[in-house]
Unconditional design. Structure first.
Length: 281
């Protein structure tokens, strides 16, 4: 079993943050826990390779899939339900990477789960078939490399200064002023907001909040005994109540309520989280 993130080759990193492989196998007598996914600063392509995966968004939309899907930038929680054996490979794009590769405005995919063949054409099903027959994780990553290389060779949009600036937001955990970001992009504030929304799927202020919230979420996962006030200060919240406001805004739950659910997640139950969470902070 594995839950691990792999860096793509250097030439791909302006488009792809990492590949993520998730492989769960539960004992047949164990009740399989569901997983509540809070918003992260990412758009993601899922190759579902064993059994299927059900997504539920905001208690309204349900999608049960065995084929590749694209999950746009999320600003709300989504719940996922697993089977006894589950394997997928994810391609996690840079903030504006999916827009550059496909030319599809990112806001059209925000809080959406879409069949991947509508985004990448039916060729995606051939890649899916190759992955189904891969004999190792290493072989899966090589297939993913070839797929991404082909996407890059046929990228639909040219690079813009805003693309590297958006990546800097991730590296600095969103703690950069909007004026500075616009200036570095050689855009006025209004143009920067419009282009960022097109390329990243949300406005820059919301994206900054998601980055900061996700940092707090990861720190608490990595260090469960760390108190909330310390985490709030580390993540540049004014105080604990400011952090609570973001948790409720993005998830509808208090920090303690969300992390109680997280403590019962499949990866926690299988003992796959410690190294991963610490690598994210």
């Amino acid at each position: 079993m594995i839950l691990k993130e792999f860096l793509p080759p250097p030439a791909f990193r302006e488009f792809v943050q990492w590949y993520r492989i998730v492989h769960f196998e539960f004992d047949k007598f164990i009740q399989i826990p569901f997983k509540v996914y809070s918003p992260k600063p990412e758009e993601c392509l899922y190759f579902i390779l064993q059994d299927n995966l059900m997504f539920e968004l905001n208690n309204l939309t349900k999608k049960d899939s065995q084929l590749p899907i694209v999950v746009g930038q999320q600003t709300i929680v989504n719940t996922r339900y697993f089977h006894k054996k589950f394997l997928n490979l994810q391609v996690v794009f840079q903030p504006t990477g999916l827009f550059r590769l496909t030319g599809i405005p990112a806001f059209e995919l925000t809080n959406q789960i879409v069949d991947a063949e509508y985004i990448f054409s039916k060729n995606i099903l051939f890649i899916h078939e190759q992955l189904l027959h891969a004999k190792s994780y290493s072989e899966m990553l090589l297939i993913a490399d070839k797929f991404v290389a082909d996407l890059i060779n046929h990228a639909q949009k040219d690079v813009h200064l805003l693309d590297s600036v958006s990546t800097m937001m991730l590296q600095h955990h969103g703690n950069i002023s909007l004026d500075w970001l616009a200036k570095e992009s050689c855009l006025c504030i209004k143009q920067f907001k419009r282009k960022f929304y097109e390329r990243a799927g949300v406005n820059p202020k919301t994206y900054e909040r998601i980055i900061r919230f996700n940092k707090a979420f990861n720190i608490k996962n990595a260090y469960p005994n760390r108190d909330w006030l310390r985490i709030a200060i580390e993540c540049d919240y004014f105080d604990y109540q400011h952090l609570v406001k973001d948790y409720k805004s993005f998830t509808g739950l208090t920090p303690n309520e969300l992390h109680m659910l997280e403590s019962n997640s499949p990866e926690r139950k299988l003992g796959l989280t410690d190294e991963l969470y610490q690598s994210r902070v």
